[in-house]
Design a binder for this molecule. Sequence first.
Ligand code: GTP
Ligand code: MG
Length: 246
Amino acid sequence: MRDYKVVVLGAGGVGKSSVTVQFVQGVYVESYDPTIEDSYRKQIEIDGRACDLEILDTAGVAQFTAMRELYIKSGKGFLLVYSVTDENSLKELLALREQVLRIKDSDNVPMVLIGNKCDLKDDRVLSIEDGIKVSQDWGCVPFYETSAMYKTNVDEAFIDVVRQIMRKEAAITAEKKQAKQLQKQNALENSNNAANTGGTDKKANDDGNFDTKSTRTRNTKSSQKENNDEFGNKKEKSINKCCVIM
Ligand SMILES: Nc1nc2c(ncn2[C@@H]2O[C@H](COP(=O)(O)OP(=O)(O)OP(=O)(O)O)[C@@H](O)[C@H]2O)c(=O)[nH]1
Ligand SMILES: [Mg+2]
């Protein structure tokens, strides 16, 4: 079973704990008890794959946020939560996202944007469009309006971020596999090349016209030709070949 570490971030009181507890335990917490740090585990099957989720519910209130950097370092995916009833909570997320990207040193971090408390119609100060705009500014980060109270879009948001982590891991694995294959192919070509060079040398010997230098020069040239792209630029493979021959 694969481990997926998801971190829930956002300003104080936006509903991070309520959303998390609704997802993990299926209950709604009415009371407000500011979080210092809570960790949850949930096993879930996503796309036929068993996943072990570790969810870190972080503090939003300023006096408890000292550990944020550590949480971000350890997280693989992030739920960035604001409340549709609190304009400042969305503004705070902009800085939080910057912090995530900086610490992860990447623009490609599994992430969802959540506008929580969408059931509070009378208290709403941020529209769906406000959320969509931010999601677009962030390069079309998936955006969900949620209600922890009614469990609206809660599962969907968590599953989305886990899927993003899965996709990212699959892409990294595929890249590694491709690099390995390329390495193997290069090694094979190099050894073939070395064998060819030996063969030509032997023929030259048979003809009684032994000239290692000219044979090598000829091989190098032909290697260079076949290893140049259509614009005459050297392909990386040719560098390896030349290294072996020379
Ligand atoms: N109506 C409504 N109230 C919500 C919703 N989500 C959370 N609340 C309420 O908002 C208050 C704060 O929720 P929490 O989940 O504790 O907020 P938090 O983001 O974890 O707060 P910190 O831990 O201090 O950062 C609680 O009283 C919740 O019951 C929601 O979707 N709808
Ligand atoms: Mg909390």
